[in-house]
Design a binder for this molecule. Structure first.
Ligand code: HPA
Length: 256
C-alpha cells in the first residue's frame, strides 16, 4: 500500500485544468516554493496542487518549465526530483503537440509509446549524483506497459478514441519547417512538441513508472503546411482535455 501520493502529474500547454474531477486539498503557487523556477508562459498556471482524484492522493504540477524559456534541464526536471524525494512512484506527463502522423486529427489524444529526444540536452549530463539513480539508465521501456494498457482499457470503456505513437521532443520555441516535419516523419515520430522528454528521462532515472499523453492540437502536413498559433493550440487543448480527464481519472482510480 502506497503511503502518500500514488502519482504526480505535470501538465502541458493549455492543460493545467484538465483534471476537473480533482478534489483540491492544498495549492502552492510556484512563486512560493523554494528554488522552484517560475513558469513564464501564460498558458501554464504555475501552481502545485495536492488533492485527491478518484479517491487517490495525487500531486499535480499545473504548468511546466521548458528548455525554451531558458531554463536548464536540471530546473526543467525539478518537479520530478521533488516527486522522487517524496517517494511518489508514478509520473503522469501531458503535453500539447503537433500531429506528424497524418492519420491523426486535431483534438485526438495520443498515448506516448516512446520518445525521441532531439533537444540536444539531457537532464542527467554533468556530475553524477548516485543517490538519484544510475549513471547510464536503460531507456528501452520509458513508458510503463501496464499503465499504458490500463489507459487503453479506460479509453475503450469510455468510448474515447485513443491514438498511440512516438513523441519527438524539440528545443523550440520556433515551430517546425515543412522540411523538419518531413524529417520527423522519416525518423518515426507521430507527434512533436517542446517538452516531456526531459521529465521522462529524469523519471526513469528516479525509478518512476511513467504514463504520457499528447493532446494533438494541430496537424503538420509538410505538403499542405498550415500556420499554427499558440491561441489555436490552447483552444484545441482546452476543448479536448475533457477526454484526457476521463482517461487519467480512470487509470488513477485503479492504482493501489
Ligand atoms: N510543434 C511543436 N509543438 C507544438 C505543436 C507543433 O506543431 N503544436 C502544439 N505544440
Amino acid at each position: 500500500m502506497q503511503v502518500g501520493p500514488v502519482a504526480g502529474m505535470i501538465t502541458g500547454t493549455g492543460l493545467s485544468d484538465t483534471l476537473t474531477d480533482l478534489v483540491v486539498h492544498q495549492m502552492f503557487p510556484y512563486s512560493g516554493l523554494p528554488h522552484f523556477p517560475r513558469a513564464t508562459v501564460d498558458s501554464h498556471k504555475g501552481c502545485l496542487v495536492q488533492g485527491s482524484l478518484n479517491g487517490r492522493d495525487i500531486l499535480v504540477f499545473q504548468g511546466r518549465i521548458h528548455l525554451y524559456e531558458g531554463y536548464s534541464p536540471e530546473l526543467v526536471t525539478f518537479p520530478v526530483r521533488v516527486l522522487q524525494a517524496l517517494g511518489v512512484p508514478m509520473l503522469i506527463l501531458t503535453n500539447a503537440a503537433g500531429g506528424i502522423n497524418l492519420n491523426f486529427s486535431a483534438g485526438d489524444i495520443m498515448l506516448i509509446r516512446d520518445h525521441i529526444n532531439l533537444t540536444g540536452r539531457n537532464p542527467l549530463a554533468g556530475p553524477h549524483e548516485e543517490s538519484f539513480g544510475l549513471r547510464f539508465p536503460d531507456m528501452t521501456r520509458v513508458y510503463d506497459a501496464d499503465l499504458s494498457r490500463r489507459a487503453v482499457g479506460v479509453a475503450a470503456q469510455e468510448k474515447i478514441q485513443l491514438q498511440s505513437g512516438v513523441y519527438a521532443g524539440l528545443l523550440g520555441p520556433s515551430l517546425e519547417t515543412p522540411a523538419e516535419t518531413r524529417f520527423l516523419k522519416i525518423i518515426g515520430a507521430d507527434a512533436v512538441g517542446f517538452s516531456t522528454v526531459m521529465e521522462a528521462i529524469a523519471g526513469v532515472h528516479a525509478g518512476m513508472k511513467i504514463l504520457g499523453f499528447s493532446l494533438i492540437t494541430n496537424i503538420n502536413n509538410p505538403d499542405a503546411p498550415e500556420q499554427t498559433t499558440l491561441e489555436a493550440v490552447v483552444e484545441t487543448a482546452a476543448k479536448a482535455s475533457e477526454k484526457l480527464n476521463r482517461i487519467i481519472t480512470g487509470v488513477v482510480g485503479q492504482l493501489a
